[in-house]
Design a protein around this ligand. Structure first.
Ligand code: PEP
Ligand code: MN
Length: 360
């Protein structure tokens, strides 16, 4: 358990026009045109619950040749948003040059994207640039579910003297195909909060969902575990969006969503035991998903054994499983007997399933 140095709560980040909490950040994935940016911002401002307008000026794209953002032009539009709507504005920075430009255009809040956070060298370079500026920074979780990397990035930025800081939970790259674009692994932000008590965490249901379909459930979950806000991608015309089209809401859609969400009292913090139970729930779900995955593979092996007329039970393989799992399990601090019992249960179920296939 620790605290970050001199951290400032979100509602005190600005002395004038202070941010509403829970903090709602909304706006398009990317700034595409002056019209798109300003129209979206005006509609969002009318809702009355949104304090910060987001829009990417520089977009990290997996392959070259896709829309990579409007760069400095987008900053001009963001500045206009500030003047015309009173909303605070924020954008992603990934290089030192981005930082200097964003500051030059008085962007109120900067965020560091998931791809950048995965690289400690890149983070240190950005942190060094922040030594000369005092600006609030939001730090997304890295693409891979590595809490150390996330915490490390937050610490590096905090050590650069940034005390208006928050984490953004945007989910983790899935290795298996899932309904969600990124798996939430709720136990990770919860663990982060357990480690750094005074760190605000903002949910990014858009990048977790990857579509508008799951936004409500993911947003509610984030609120229920006491996140300090939400960042939700919103576009005046989502169908035409140049990036992340499937996950963006219209401003009206966002208004409806915000009306449906239940904002529970945020002055009663989750009891320690509830936090731990949330972790257990999430871990159990992952255990079950992995078991189901294992059974799928077992069935494939069953089909292969049937085709090639091989016996189901292979003593040497079984011995090897026991040996390697025991060794690994013990290195994790698990009891040998416990590992053996679990393996036996799983193995028995696997044999039953293969038997069904072979004798079909
Ligand atoms: C974004 O917010 O549009 C973005 C690029 O997010 P992430 O870094 O989480 O992928
Ligand atoms: Mn996006």
């Amino acid at each position: 358990m620790s605290n970050l140095h001199n951290i400032i709560p979100i509602d005190k980040w600005f002395t004038t026009n202070s941010l509403k909490t829970p903090l709602i950040i909304a706006g398009p994935c990317s700034a595409e045109s002056e019209y798109q940016v300003l129209e979206t911002a005006k509609k969002l401002a009318e809702i009355g619950k949104i304090s910060v307008f987001r829009a990417g000026a520089w977009k990290p794209r997996t392959r070259p040749g896709n829309f990579e953002g409007m760069g400095e032009k987008a900053l001009v539009w963001l500045k206009k948003v500030k003047q015309e709507t009173g909303l605070r504005v924020c954008t992603e920075v990934a290089t030192v040059e981005h930082i200097h430009k964003a500051i030059e255009y008085n962007i109120d809040i900067l965020w560091i994207g998931a791809r950048t956070v995965a690289n400690p060298f890149a983070i240190q370079v950005l942190a060094d640039a922040f030594l000369q500026y005092d600006v609030p920074i939001l730090i997304k979780n890295p693409i891979n579910p590595d809490i150390e990397l996330w915490q490390g990035a937050i610490e590096r930025i905090n050590r650069a003297g940034i005390n208006r800081i928050a984490a953004i939970h945007r989910g983790f790259y899935p290795f298996e195909k899932t309904n969600l674009r990124n798996v939430p692994k709720w136990e990770i932000p919860i663990e982060l909060k357990t480690r750094i008590h005074n760190l605000p965490i903002i949910g990014d249901p858009s990048h977790i969902s990857g579509s508008t379909k799951y936004l409500k459930d993911i947003s509610q979950k984030a609120l229920d575990i006491n996140f300090d806000g939400l960042m939700i991608e919103t576009h005046i015309n989502p169908k035409e969006a140049l990036s992340d089209a499937k996950q963006q809401l219209t401003p009206k859609g966002l208004e409806n969503l915000l009306n449906e969400l239940i904002f529970r009292k945020n002055n009663v913090s989750l009891k320690e035991i509830e936090i731990l139970r949330e972790q257990i729930d999430s871990i159990d779900n992952q255990l079950l998903e992995m078991l189901a995955k294992r059974m799928e593979v077992i069935e494939k092996i069953g089909a292969y054994k049937k085709e090639n007329n091989i016996t189901i039970f292979q003593l040497r393989r079984w011995e090897q499983i026991i040996k390697t799992r025991n060794k690994f399990g013990e290195s994790l601090g698990l009891d040998k007997n416990f590992i053996k019992k679990i393996l036996q249960i799983i193995h028995k179920e696997s044999i039953i399933n293969q038997d069904k296939i072979i004798n079909k």
